[in-house]
Design a protein around this ligand. Structure first.
Ligand code: NAP
Length: 259
């Protein structure tokens, strides 16, 4: 399927590895010129080179922390007038509710709610003026179903989801869509660190913790970054213009819901 994205320009935040990289790869394959970001430069440059080599698109890198105002300003400047914005950042650490402090919540809100809102606020007016734009926010299945140890993540991302629900309907008439992708368990570094935390909490090996976590997924495995990226590219496509303010679970069936 021709996604109609050749020559478009995208800012993909937190994209040197994992789900952000999956989105960048799929958009690159669709002919989108990219601005990629991470805090560390080695993996970022390697990913940029990989995408240039595979798809021949232009890839600019910005080494910065997307959760800070300075980082957001650097990304907005580098992005120019992007047609596509993919919001992503690292997730808060797992923990337990009695231990979470105000500072922990502020960090989670900065990373997983206020950073994407700042970038949407800065970049959507240009998309609206040009009459076309796509925003995809990477959130989490914890928005649909609580994951107790990820309460910081759930709290911040649910706030973002509420913002998107209203805002998506205000910008839709200008040709701009905002949708959220809700990952369940995917095979990334983040999944490995959560396997490790589950192993420590349960007093089992990492392999056992991973097997236990995979057994909670009807598909019987973790998702791949390629599957995730393909869904992102479709939400950015010309064909997806009537999909507004939706929350798409990519979880192998893990969340037990009828709708
Ligand atoms: P990952 O494999 O750890 O990759 C995270 C990527 O984001 C890396 O490129 C990292 O590079 C970059 N990054 C992290 N913090 C950043 C920051 N403050 N500023 C700029 N770049 C940053 O993580 P992932 O599994 O892809 O997860 C992505 C998001 O999805 C996270 O919010 C995670 O909580 C959420 N999620 C993941 C899963 C899963 O199973 N994987 C499930 C539900 C939700 P640097 O470290 O160099 O900055």
């Amino acid at each position: 399927m021709d996604l109609g994205l050749t020559g478009k320009r995208a800012l993909v935040c937190a994209s040197s590895k994992g789900l952000g990289k999956g989105c960048a790869m799929a958009l690159g394959e669709a002919g989108v010129d990219l601005v990629l970001n991470a805090r560390g430069s080695a993996a970022l440059e390697a990913t940029a080179e990989e995408i240039r080599g595979l798809y021949g698109v232009s890839v600019t890198t910005v080494v910065t922390d997307v959760t800070t105002p300075d980082g957001q300003a650097a990304l907005i400047e580098a992005a120019g007038n992007p047609d596509i914005l993919v919001n992503n950042a690292g997730g808060p650490p797992p923990g337990l509710w009695p231990d979470w402090t105000r500072d922990d919540f502020i960090k989670a809100l900065d990373a997983n709610m206020l950073a994407p809102i700042a970038l949407m606020t800065a970049l959507m007016p240009g998309m609206m003026e040009r009459g076309w734009g796509r925003v995809v926010n990477i959130t989490s299945m914890s928005v649909r179903a609580p994951v107790a140890v990820l309460g910081l993540s759930g709290a911040a991302r649910t706030g973002l989801t509420g913002y998107v629900a209203g805002t998506a309907r205000q910008v839709a008439g200008s040709g701009v869509t905002i949708n959220n992708l809700l990952p369940g368990l995917h095979a990334t570094d983040r999944a490995v660190s959560l396997d490790q935390a589950a192993a420590e909490a349960g007093g089992v090996s990492i392999a056992e913790a991973q097997a236990q976590r995979q057994a909670t997924i009807p598909a019987g495995r973790y998702g791949t970054i390629e599957e995730f990226g393909a869904a992102c590219a479709f939400l950015c496509s010309k064909q997806a213009g009537f999909i507004i303010g939706q929350n798409l679970l990519l979880d192998g069936g893990a969340v037990n819901l009828t709708m």
